[in-house]
Each structure stands twice: as structure tokens, then as C-alpha cells.
Design a protein around this ligand. Structure first.
Ligand code: ADP
Length: 368
């Protein structure tokens, strides 16, 4: 069997490497002898010939040492059985055409069984080798991403910090301050993309475990404002969320991440005001982020939550097409739903529905 195309990983699980050719033939003969012993021992006990051990031996031989070994086991077994166990014993003479036909039928069945066993063995070796290749690829991808987050993000953070210092330093020329702010915004955008790549790997490999806690939507939105303020024009964002909403039972940083994605998209793809509102209905809290920007065409709308999907006109702006995909995975991990409505030229509204936290059980009278 050949390694799969492009495979650089040796077939370390190929059983042929475990048993070499002379030993494979010896093994085939040994198994045939053992099967012969088992058949001859069972015959007087059962009062009739019983060939199961022979077929089991052929399969074992083919699985351990390949199709050819299975064929050798079949031939050795059939020849030895005909020679020693069929009358006249110690001769190859058959009693008649029916006995020769039966023996031929057993031999053909044995060949078929050997072929099936050998095929199973080949398939197993291929699956194992492809599995190894996949594991190597996944671990290489994780290594690269780890290097990206660790080695690339540290200098990026240093650039952002110095740009912020320059921007805020007393006596900085307004033109220089504007450029420093532009540098900081770009660095933050690169950092978000790097984080998105890492997050996708973590989410897809099931490494993210939600740590739920009861939380007010208002508190989450305050955090979002804090995180994006100074980087994005948050003065365009208006929050119209009622104070009496039920608490959410969510992983706060993860849901905050979803809101950050939606708010930053709304600011990125529009020039005007962005509104965040929320309502409680049917046991869910639905948060909506509305912008009056470019909108999304009906041909793109069904795909925007897919990995790497970017609508045609979005490609002029920075982004990887991962933000909404990550948001969908995070919302679904919370048992919620995310969807969008949009009218091209008029704007888009993104909705996130999260099950409301179960009401705390009333205290038992004895514990009041
Ligand atoms: P990115 O913004 O990095 O391209 P996202 O996954 O956040 O990736 O969004 C996927 C695509 O959905 C975007 O490329 C854009 O075409 C579209 N999109 C998302 N949010 C909006 C929005 N508020 N207005 C218009 N288009 C949007």
C-alpha cells in the first residue's frame, strides 16, 4: 500500500512493518498447522468435520501478515487436510468427484476469506496513517497559532502602547496625535484578527468550556463600551436597554465577545448611528444591534455566519470573515440563536437570543 498523496508521515502503523516476509510465511504455515490441529481435535468431539477454526486461521493470517499469507494458510491447510485426514490417509487420492469438488469449494472460500481479511488490514493501515497525518497537521496548525499569539502579539501590544502614549502626551502636534491614533487602531485590528484565528481553533477543537454566571445585560454592555472606547467611535452607539430585563446565565467574557463583534461590525460597515436594544420574550432575552449602513445583499445574507465568508464589498475593509462565525459558535454554545436582517442601502440588524437565567428556586420555609 502506498502512503496517501502528499503524506510525509511514514506508515508506522502498517502491520507489514511489524512482521517481515520470511516470518510472515512462517506465521502463515504455523496458523495453518494450528487450525489443522483444532479441526482434527473438534471432529471426534462433534461427530462431524467443523471448519470454523480453518476460516478463523485464514482471517488471522491475512490480517496479521497480508493477503498472500492468508492464501498460503489456505493452501497449506487444504493440502495437509486432504493428505492426512481424508481417506485413504497419507495419499492425495480423492474418493470421487464430489470430494474433489468440496475441497475445491473450501479452497476458493478460503481464498475469498483471505482476500477480505487482507483488505481489512490494508484499510486499517490506511485509516491509521491518515489519522496520524491529520493529527500532525492539526498540531502544526496549533503550534503556528500559539507562536502567532505569543510572539507576534507582544510587539504589537508594545506598538499600541507607545502610539497611545504619543497620542496623549502633552504638547503633541494634533497631526501627529491623529497618526498615532491611526497606528493604534490598525494594531488593534491586527490583534483582533490574531485572536479570532486562535479562538476558532480553540472553539473547533472543543477546548472552550463555558463558565456561566448570572449577569445583567447592562453590565456586559458597559464592558463592551469600555473595551471599544478610544479605539472605535463609540459616541455613535446608543444603548436603549430596559433596566428590568431578566438576568442572563452566561459566560460573561464570551457573550461580551459576541457583542463586541456585532458592535464593531456595525461601526465598521456604517457611518451613522448604531442602536443596541433588548427585549425579553418567550423565556429568552433578545439583544439587537442595528445600524444604518451599507446593508447586506440577499445573496450574501444566508452565508455571513459561515467561516471566512466576506461579502463582496466588505473586502476593501480589514477582516478575516471570522467574527460572525465565532459569534455563532459562542451563541450556540450558550443554547442561543443568532441571525441578521438587512436591507441593502438602509442597514442591518443583528439579533442574539439567549435563554434567560432560570428564576432562583424559592427558599424552603424552614430555611427562611
Ligand atoms: P469581517 O467583518 O472580518 O469580514 P465577520 O464575520 O464579522 O467578518 O462578517 C462577515 C461578513 O458579514 C462581513 O465581511 C460583511 O460582509 C458582513 N457584515 C457583517 N456585519 C455587517 C454589518 N453590520 N453591515 C454590513 N455587512 C456586515
Amino acid at each position: 500500500m502506498r502512503a496517501p498523496t502528499g503524506a510525509s508521515v511514514p506508515l508506522i502503523d502498517d502491520p507489514r512493518r511489524v512482521v517481515r516476509l520470511p516470518s510472515r510465511l512462517a506465521l502463515a504455515v504455523l496458523i495453518a498447522v494450528a487450525a489443522l490441529g483444532a479441526v482434527s481435535a473438534l471432529e471426534p468431539l462433534l461427530g462431524r468435520p467443523y471448519y470454523f477454526p480453518a476460516f478463523a486461521g485464514i482471517v488471522l493470517s491475512a490480517v496479521l501478515a497480508g493477503r498472500r499469507a492468508g492464501l498460503v494458510t489456505t493452501l497449506v491447510f487444504t493440502a495437509a487436510y486432504a493428505y492426512w485426514f481424508l481417506d485413504p490417509r497419507g495419499h492425495f487420492a480423492m474418493k470421487g468427484p464430489h470430494e474433489s469438488a468440496a475441497l475445491a469449494a473450501y479452497t476458493v472460500t478460503g481464498f475469498f476469506v483471505a482476500w477480505v481479511g487482507g483488505t481489512l488490514r490494508t484499510l486499517y493501515a490506511r485509516v491509521r496513517s491518515e489519522h496520524r497525518l491529520l493529527e500532525t497537521t492539526v498540531s502544526q496548525r496549533e503550534d503556528i497559532l500559539r507562536a502567532l499569539t505569543h510572539d507576534v502579539r507582544s510587539p504589537l501590544n508594545a506598538i499600541a502602547m507607545h502610539a497611545a502614549l504619543l497620542e496623549r502626551a502633552e504638547g503633541t502636534d494634533p497631526g501627529v496625535a491623529r497618526r498615532a491614533r491611526a497606528i493604534r487602531t490598525s494594531v488593534v485590528a491586527i490583534d483582533v484578527m490574531l485572536q479570532d484565528l486562535v479562538k476558532v481553533v480553540a472553539l473547533e477543537s472543543g477546548q472552550v468550556v463555558l463558565e456561566r454566571a448570572p449577569v445583567e445585560l447592562h453590565a456586559l454592555l458597559d464592558h463592551v463600551r469600555e473595551r471599544l472606547g478610544g479605539v472605535l467611535p463609540m459616541e455613535r452607539v446608543e444603548v436603549q436597554v430596559p433596566r428590568d430585563l431578566p438576568r442572563l446565565h452566561v459566560d460573561p467574557p464570551r457573550l461580551e465577545r459576541v457583542l463586541v463583534n456585532l458592535v464593531s461590525n456595525a461601526l465598521k460597515y456604517s457611518e451613522g448611528p448604531v442602536t443596541i436594544d433588548a427585549a425579553s420574550r418567550d423565556g429568552e432575552v433578545v439583544v439587537s444591534v442595528r445600524d444604518r449602513g451599507t446593508g447586506i445583499g440577499p445573496e450574501d445574507l444566508p452565508h455571513i455566519f459561515q467561516k471566512y465568508y466576506r461579502a463582496g464589498d466588505a473586502r476593501q475593509r480589514e477582516g478575516l470573515g471570522l467574527g460572525l462565525y465565532i459569534s455563532r459558535l459562542l451563541v450556540e454554545a450558550h443554547g442561543g440563536r443568532i441571525w441578521a436582517e438587512s436591507t441593502p442601502g438602509q442597514g442591518s440588524t443583528f439579533h442574539v437570543a439567549i435563554p434567560a437565567a432560570p428564576a432562583p428556586a424559592p427558599a424552603h420555609p424552614a430555611h427562611r
